[in-house]
Design a protein around this ligand. Structure first.
Ligand code: FE2
Ligand code: FE2
Length: 140
C-alpha cells in the first residue's frame, strides 16, 4: 500500500511509518525524500539536461553520504546484519546511477520517481529492520 503511494504520487510525503526511531537518520531520510521530490519537480520542468545531470550527481552524492552516516551507526548499536545492509546500499547506489545518469529511455521525471521508489523501498525493507537495534540500544 505504502509503495503504491510512493510509485504513483507526484510528491511523496514523509510518513511516520518511515521512522526508524533514530533522530539523525530519520531527519536524513526525510530530507532525502524531499530532495527526490524536488528532483522530480525540477526534471518535469527543466529543458536543460546539463543542469539535470548536475542535480542528479548532487542527489546521488547526498544519498551516498547518508549511507556512510547510517553505516557508522551500525557498530554502535550492535546491528548484526551490517554487511548485507551495506551490500544493499551499494545496490541502491548502482540503481540510482543507472536511473538518473544513464539513458534509460524514461522521461527524466519518471526516472526520478523510479529512483525515489528505490530509495523509499530500501527504507521500508532494510532501514526499518535497524529500528529494533536502535530501540534496544536506547534501552527502550
Ligand atoms: Fe540503509
Ligand atoms: Fe537509510
Amino acid at each position: 500500500m505504502t509503495l503504491e503511494i510512493v510509485a504513483n504520487a507526484g510528491s511523496v510525503p514523509w510518513l511516520e511509518s518511515f521512522s526508524i526511531g533514530h533522530d539523525r537518520l530519520d531527519h536524513e531520510h526525510r530530507r532525502l525524500i524531499d530532495s527526490f521530490n524536488d528532483f522530480c519537480a525540477f526534471a518535469a520542468t527543466t529543458p536543460r539536461p546539463t543542469r539535470l545531470r548536475e542535480n542528479a550527481h548532487a542527489l546521488i552524492a547526498t544519498v551516498e553520504a547518508h549511507f556512510a552516516s547510517e553505516e557508522a551507526i551500525f557498530p554502535l548499536i550492535g546491528y548484526r546484519h551490517r554487511l548485507s545492509h551495506m551490500r544493499e546500499h551499494l545496490d541502491v547506489g548502482n540503481r540510482l546511477h543507472s536511473l538518473l545518469l544513464n539513458d534509460t529511455g524514461l522521461e527524466p521525471a519518471a526516472a526520478g520517481a523510479a529512483g525515489r521508489l528505490v530509495f523509499v523501498e530500501h527504507i521500508l525493507r532494510h532501514d526499518l529492520e535497524v529500528k529494533t537495534w536502535v530501540l534496544h540500544a536506547a534501552g527502550l
